[in-house]
Design a protein around this ligand. Structure first.
Ligand code: NAP
Ligand code: MG
Length: 453
């Protein structure tokens, strides 16, 4: 172990814990251990692997309060969110615990024999997790990977290692065999990069910035390594004049300021039909001013601090467009920032185009349906988005036209563990969650058996 990282509570800047950071040799050792464990894990009977995943889910559920409190302290998440996040890990494990017994292949008609396909595990899967949702994003990678018969090496973000380390301990407690699910804390440039270059890691699941994601994709090319990417977003919240404006406005703060805006699905561009602009802005201002930014362990908190001083400074650098209004935030220690609403002068504004990853939203008007679609699509990202209208034909037309992986109509909810999640364009590659996620953790093997011998 070559270095140490001091975990800081972002709500008060107090030291929480020191953790050792793995070096290259320690990373290689963990990968070798996972590769060895794969030899037995892939052979476990489907029903036994299913039982182990259900046991893991149960242990996570039994420790939901502990995990949630750890996340509040490490990441500044509100306690309400953190409990949902711990439950999400258990739910995703339970969902994919049904997979080992349902990893169906096919029987395909052929002459003089039988042709069958198998879904075989890949081997060691490397999961690289960002700091914004440490528990769910880890689970979306490791649960289907394990269910399909792979073993896992998981690297949490440097800022947020604590819940991942605890999940590693809970897996052992649940009876998941040693070496099957490994959590290794260390730097992206060392541990994360080694997952990419080590030949025994057969697939990378990466969530994080588009910039690092591109480097990982290029690195994986060298070994034709499988890769799934969940990257940034600059999603549009499109509000038509014929919608329930009060409802859209009341929901809009949560759609962008949840998790202090550090959410790849944040609806950080609000597009409002010109004729509804004044009505929307007045209701939106009331909602933003009511949005509770406070000590995240309070049950009433709707938003906590940002993750770090670095992130706070990066977000504040975007505040160079006219400010419509702001909400409020605590002062004093901690990386606090009030929710901020910008009115960019035009679509060239940096704040309109770049993923800010903080509590900042920009509002712009549109003229008609065609203009709304054009503005929504005028971005290299395409992760999520919302459409508010009471015209169902228009809702479907716009939902089909917006180039984005996850859209909601008259709602801002985009994540369900049993439906697919992922991005268009530079928001990512591949899909996580839902019924098809197992396909990206398996190889299809085709076997022909002759019957004429
Ligand atoms: P990042 O650098 O992309 O980090 C994400 C993960 O990748 C972390 O575990 C990181 O480890 C690791 N990593 C970094 N460099 C690596 C490399 N060369 N090889 C392998 N793994 C590597 O993201 P960030 O710096 O934390 O955040 C920067 C910006 O990215 C944010 O402001 C936001 O715009 C965006 N972001 C998006 C998402 C999303 O969900 N789409 C999530 C997080 C961030 P370390 O933590 O040890 O560096
Ligand atoms: Mg980084």
């Amino acid at each position: 172990m070559s270095a140490v990282y001091e975990v800081i509570n972002p709500a008060n800047e107090q030291s929480v814990k020191k953790v050792d950071l793995a070096d290259l040799a320690a990373t290689d050792a963990v990968i070798e251990k996972a590769a060895k464990a794969f030899e037995s894990w892939k052979k476990i009977a489907p029903s036994d692997r299913a039982k182990l995943l259900r046991a893991f889910a149960q242990v996570v559920s039994d420790h939901r309060e502990e995990l949630a409190k750890l996340e509040v302290t490490n990441s500044g998440h509100t306690i309400g969110n953190a409990l949902w996040e711990a439950d999400n890990v258990a739910n995703v494990l339970n969902y994919y615990s049904a997979a080992p017994e349902r990893l169906f292949g096919r029987q395909i008609p052929v002459a003089n024999g039988i042709d069958i396909t198998f879904k075989e595990p890949l081997g060691v899967v490397g999961v690289i997790v960002p700091w914004n949702f440490p528990m769910p994003i880890a689970g979306w990678g490791f649960a289907p990977a394990l269910a399909a018969g792979n073993t896992v090496v998981l690297k949490p973000a440097e800022y947020t290692p604590l819940t991942a380390v605890r999940l590693g301990e809970l897996a052992l407690k649940a009876g998941i065999p040693e070496g099957v699910f490994n959590v290794i804390v260390g730097k992206g440039s060392i541990v994360g990069n080694r997952f990419v270059t080590h030949p025994k890691v057969r697939k990378i699941v990466f969530t994080g910035s588009t910039e690092v994601g591109k480097g990982i994709m290029a690195g994986c090319a060298d070994q034709v390594k499988r890769v799934t990417l969940e990257l940034g977003g600059k999603s549009a919240n499109v509000i038509f004049a014929d919608s329930d404006i009060e409802k859209a406005a009341a929901a809009a703060p949560g759609a962008v300021f949840d998790n202090a805006g550090q959410d790849c699905c944040a609806r950080s561009r609000i597009l409002v039909e010109k004729s509804a602009f004044d009505k929307f802005m007045s209701a939106f201002e009331t909602a933003v001013k009511k949005f509770r930014v406070e000590e995240p362990s309070l049950a009433t908190a709707e938003m906590g601090p940002l993750i770090s001083k670095k992130q706070l400074d990066a977000v504040q650098a975007y505040l160079n467009e006219p400010v419509a209004f702001t909400g409020s935030a605590p002062t004093g220690a901690g990386y606090w920032m009030a929710p901020t609403v910008l009115l960019p002068k035009d679509t060239k504004a940096k704040s309109w185009n770049e993923e800010i990853f903080g509590p900042v939203v920009s509002v712009m008007t549109f003229d008609d349906e065609a203009d709304a679609i054009k503005k929504a699509n005028d971005t290299e990202f395409g992760l999520s988005g919302s459409i508010w209208t009471n015209n169902s034909g228009k809702a479907i037309r716009v939902a089909r036209a917006v180039e984005s992986g996850n859209l909601s109509v008259n709602s801002n909810s985009s994540v369900r563990y049993w439906t697919p999640f992922g991005g268009y364009k530079q928001s990512g590659l591949g899909r996580e969650l839902g019924p098809d996620a197992l396909d990206s953790f398996t190889e299809v093997k085709n076997v022909f058996i002759a019957t004429d011998n």
